[in-house]
Design a protein around this ligand. Structure first.
Ligand code: PGA
Length: 257
């Protein structure tokens, strides 16, 4: 039995519905300049940014020659068809996307996405050659009523049931809803506890692969708390919202990766 290596650190910027051509150009230029300046200073962690759909062409143009990967924040679960306003995995692939975020809590809460739909999107992404970043996380009420593990467990199981061992080709992101955009970060211990639980669930089915699963933490990650979070054994990087829109903050988080 060969156990997979511990996964590489990965830091992903989730721009959400922010940016514009000029703003993005400036942000990307600063990120690329900062990464170049720091090159060699520490082992490189993988870096990616996920923009709104209209800017994927811009990312492709600006980032193609760089070490920074890019992706989208959502995708449709069907291959093609009469789905007005939707975007397919193949379309994302056309623009060189490596990643696609699926099941972000904002999509679950605001757009009614169920765990089954999220699982279907993750499967379609893998079939189309993209890496889905599958988000799970509990609300404050769920945490306070002691239901964190049952909630994130249900969210992960839906994906596990659908993907089987291919789960290890995904990236999993634990994002407690109460920590997203609120300035309240889960403590490194709280985050580690849930990460270990999630990895354990995968290990119950796929013991050999579980150690290689890339597990990101997201929710108010900042330059001041990134190193502590990333130091935890089951935290392999971060999914960064607000701080990914400020080049210096994003670079400092990457440096902690
Ligand atoms: P935040 O967002 O870093 O602004 O809390 C994280 C996310 O929603 O992915």
């Amino acid at each position: 039995m060969t156990q997979r290596e511990k996964p590489a650190r990965l830091v992903v910027g989730n721009w959400k519905m922010h940016g514009g051509l000029a703003e993005n150009a400036a942000l990307l230029q600063d990120i690329l300049a900062g990464l170049q300046a720091k090159q060699g200073a520490r082992p490189a962690c993988l870096v990616a940014v996920c923009s709104p759909y209209p800017y994927l062409g811009q990312l492709q143009q600006v980032l193609s020659e760089s070490t920074v990967a890019w992706g989208a924040q959502n995708v449709n679960e069907h291959e093609r068809g009469a789905f007005t306003g939707e975007v397919s995995v193949d379309m994302l692939a056309d623009f060189g996307c490596r990643y696609v975020i699926v099941g972000h809590s904002e999509r679950r809460a605001l757009f009614g996405e169920t765990s089954e739909l999220v699982a279907a999107k993750a499967e379609r992404a893998l079939e189309g050659g993209l890496i889905p970043i599958v988000c799970v996380g509990e609300t404050l009420a769920e945490r306070e009523s002691g239901r964190t593990e049952s909630v994130v467990g249900e969210q992960l199981r839906a994906v596990l049931d659908r993907l089987g061992p291919k789960i290890t080709n995904t990236v999993l992101a634990y994002e407690p809803v109460w920590a997203i955009g609120t300035g309240k970060t889960a403590s490194p211990e709280q985050a580690q506890e849930v990460h270990a639980f999630l990895r354990g669930l995968v290990a119950q089915r796929y013991i050999d692969q579980a150690a290689g699963l890339q597990l990101l933490y997201g929710g108010s990650v900042k330059p001041g708390n990134a190193a502590e979070l990333f130091a935890k054994p089951d935290i392999n990087g971060g999914l960064i919202g607000g701080a990914a829109l400020v080049a210096k903050d994003f670079l400092d988080i990457v440096a902690a990766g």
